[in-house]
Design a protein around this ligand. Structure first.
Ligand code: M6R
Length: 607
């Protein structure tokens, strides 16, 4: 997830671009850059790190010109560095991009074979070359050259390009990454999100998938990939800037909950190989045949993802997995060595305990694969390899979209290992790959069906304790549901394996203790219903999480929150959604600071 801005009009572009990027910094902040076309040609300024660094460069050497583009980066391909910062240039063409070009490696190889030199490790730079190549080959306009380039790329993009030889215009295209055109009086804007332009205009056009646009100071001309003219409605934005930054949601956490289908699709993109029924781990090959076991290490919510990873990997590859809290592993003289694969999971990539666990495992000879959402952070750097989740920056302290993106990464690893161990046959692999590909759509369906849970929150906001119970892959979700509730609503909550209730926790149940029972249809369903009956017999209040249309469950619960049907291995992607929404709604009903709960920090870089 990156932030994109563009401006063409009568004013100096630089201050407008910088103010726009400032508003988009929540989308990424590991490097930033602008390209401005003026009397001195195209001036490109780029800087690693936050926007302040770029502003300092601009203060020394202010670019002049009334047309420009700007970018704030959240790295996906290529580490955060000045060379990888956008805009990328080829010939007279400068390009900025938000998204992932899946087939950039073969395209890069072809362009290199044709004598083109690359200055970055990014997937974006190939687009600048493709447009330049098309112009040199005689494309009649900049927008047509963009179309020639787009016909060659697969993936997700919001792409914006300018060319010295085509002054006065900016061209852009959208596919699966957001892009908005802002219509001013004699000036036009482009941005990944409306906050970047609200100071200047409230009249906007939201581009749709496959749209191509040519922008001048006079307005925007829309067409499709074949050049057929398109019309899109002009909308008037009524949000204030702060609301707009959160996409109209009152909190980042809620926005991030609803971003999950996109985060999963982006994490799977280019890696889930539908036709080969396989998963590509971007160069990190795992040969399970020589492995003694897999060790999954993490803290907090990422640890819960690890618990689900155990089910996924053992289920697909039949390799024994152990899951450990990184903070425990590092201090217990662990038995680990070269015959083990260690998978560490960390959203931030900076958690001190997890980093120490990586060092401990490597010192004892284990190979370490990191799953992280932050490119080039400490944990990926300290590991042998990394599979990045592409969730985009997570601002809410309570992790939501990064958790499900971690599950997607773990599912990819499971498929990869299952195929190579010979344990996941072609038929089972086809089924799993197909179901995983459907998951983002099912998550959207679940989120749309659940509603805002305000009424439920009003009923339960004064509860003193909450219990969450589940079995199999939904036991870690019970733990995660309890953690979410504790973190933001400050209600005491515990997660238990449903079968454990009778071994102690059932003593806690009395009149009105809310018990969230994870009971989607699948293995263990009947057993969970028996556990539910035990709670009911003691007058607990039951909130059931079940499969859509399950009348039997509905008859046994005080409330039911429904999700679409899914195989047990992939249910956590769905069962966690009502728990995230419920915690959020209760925290809001209690008037808590949802995005920055008390005593917590987004990255825990201390022991
Ligand atoms: O950045 P990490 O994934 O390593 O963070 C681990 C935990 O600190 C984190 O998951 C924490 O539990 C979150 N606040 C959960 O919402």
């Amino acid at each position: 997830m990156c932030g994109i801005v563009g401006y063409v009009g009568p004013q100096q572009a630089t201050p407008i671009l910088i103010a726009g990027l400032r508003r988009l910094e929540y989308r990424g902040y590991d490097s930033a850059g602008i390209a401005v076309v003026g009397p001195r040609g195209t001036q490109v300024l780029r800087c690693q790190g936050k926007l302040a660094g770029l502003e300092a460069m601009i203060a020394r050497e202010p670019p002049e010109g009334t047309l420009g583009i700007g970018h704030t980066r959240w790295a996906t391909h290529g580490r955060p560095s000045e060379a990888n910062a956008h805009p990328h240039k080829a010939g007279g063409v400068s390009v900025i991009h938000n998204g992932i070009i899946e087939n950039y490696l073969p395209l890069r190889a072809r362009l290199q074979a044709a004598g083109r030199k690359f200055a970055s490790e990014t997937d974006t730079e190939i687009v600048a070359h493709l447009i330049d190549e098309a112009l040199l080959a005689g494309a009649p306009s900049l927008v047509e050259a963009l179309r020639v380039a787009l016909r060659q790329v697969h993936g997700a993009y919001a792409l914006v390009a300018i060319s010295e030889k085509h002054p006065g215009q900016i061209v852009a295209a959208k596919n699966a990454s957001p892009l908005v055109v802002g219509l001013g009086q004699g000036e036009t804007f482009l941005a990944s999100d409306v906050p970047a332009m609200l100071e200047h205009t409230r009249e906007v056009i939201f581009l749709d998938e496959g749209d191509v646009v040519a922008v001048t100071a006079e307005g925007a001309t829309l067409s499709d990939l074949d050049g057929k003219p398109l019309a899109r409605p002009v909308r008037t934005i009524t949000w204030d800037a702060a609301q707009a930054e959160k996409g109209g949601y009152p909190h980042f956490m809620l926005k991030e909950i609803f971003e999950q289908p996109r985060a999963i699709a982006d994490t799977l993109r280019g890696r889930l190989l539908l036709e080969a029924h396989d998963a590509d781990l971007e160069g990190f090959e795992i040969d399970p045949r020589g492995l003694r076991r897999v060790l999954l290490l993490a803290c907090g919510t990422s640890y819960h993802a690890g618990l689900i990873g155990k089910f996924l990997i053992e289920g697909a590859a039949r390799i024994p997995c152990e899951v450990d809290l990184a903070s425990e592993f590092r201090y217990r003289d662990p038995v680990v060595g070269p015959e083990d694969l260690v998978i560490v999971i960390s959203q931030s990539g900076e958690t001190a305990d997890t980093l120490a666990a990586v060092k401990e495992a490597r010192a004892r000879g284990a190979r370490v694969l990191a799953i992280s959402n932050v490119v080039d952070s400490a944990i990926p750097r300290a590991s042998n390899g990394v599979l990045y989740t592409h969730a985009g920056p997570e601002i809410g302290v309570a992790s939501t979209k990064c958790f499900t993106a971690q599950l997607a990464a773990l599912a990819l690893i499971a498929i990869h290992m299952g195929r190579r161990s010979g344990q996941l046959g072609p038929e089972a692999a086809t089924k799993l790959v197909g179901e995983l590909a459907l998951t983002p759509t099912k998550m959207t369906e679940a989120l749309e069906g659940l509603g805002d849970l305000k009424q439920l929150a009003r009923e339960y906001r004064y509860a003193r304790d909450f219990l969450f119970i589940g079995r199999g892959t939904n036991y870690p979700i019970a733990l995660e549901g309890a953690l979410k509730l504790k973190e933001i609503s400050y209600i005491h909550a515990e997660g238990y394996a449903a079968g454990e209730m009778k071994h102690g926790p059932i003593a806690l149940i009395d009149d009105g203790v809310p018990v969230v029972v994870l009971a989607p249809r699948g293995p263990g369903y009947e057993k969970v219903l028996s556990n539910l009956a035990e709670v009911r017999a003691r007058n607990g209040h039951i909130i059931g999480i079940g499969t859509q249309g399950d009348a039997q469950l509905a008859g046994l619960c005080d409330r039911v929150l429904s999700i679409p049907d899914a195989p047990a291995a992939l249910q956590p992607f769905l069962t966690v959604l009502p728990l995230q929404l419920m915690s959020y709604a209760i925290a809001v009903a209690k008037g808590n600071d949802v995005d920055q709960p008390r005593n917590l920090a987004k990255s825990v870089t201390v022991e």
